[in-house]
Design a protein around this ligand. Structure first.
Ligand SMILES: [Zn+2]
Ligand SMILES: [Zn+2]
Length: 141
């Protein structure tokens, strides 16, 4: 297994059987609310490389600023945000980097929705920065 991860309380565990390298940081208001922080940092993976190995995550659906509905999955016990995907692109999963057991070696290659990033958010100047929604679909591992 290339990567494993789970929520804070340990009820939900997942596995990713593809190597992850790139992270994308989203600073949209929804991701700030959902994370309670500066936004969400995710690694994209194809659905066939992602599986829940323990527990069942709860789902919250919300239409994003982009107009697309995003399904956000989280632990109903401890509240950890675990993964999400777009209603119209269920084949690509965005795994929350902070839930990975080992995220060493991964780096943020793009910051998106930087126009709504709070002033206390760190934006890596070496990464691509996009004010709103980037063109094209995410590139999964
Ligand atoms: Zn939990
Ligand atoms: Zn976002």
């Amino acid at each position: 297994m290339a990567h494993t991860g789970g929520c804070l309380c340990g009820a939900i565990r997942y596995a990713v059987d593809a190597p992850l390298r790139e992270l994308r940081a989203c600073h949209c208001i929804d991701c700030q609310r959902a994370s309670g922080a500066h936004g969400a940092v995710v690694a994209f993976v194809r659905r066939e490389h992602f599986r829940i190995v323990q527990g069942t995550a709860k789902r919250y659906a919300k239409k994003a600023d982009s107009g697309r509905t995003l399904f956000r999955y989280f632990c109903g016990d401890c509240g950890s945000s675990l993964y999400s995907y777009r209603e119209n692109m269920p084949e690509v999963i965005g795994v929350r980097a902070g839930t990975l057991d080992d995220s060493s070696g991964l780096r943020i290659t793009a910051h998106i929705w930087t126009k709504s990033a709070p002033p206390w958010s760190y934006l890596d100047p070496a990464a691509r920065q996009v004010p709103g929604q980037p063109e094209g679909p995410p590139r999964p591992a």
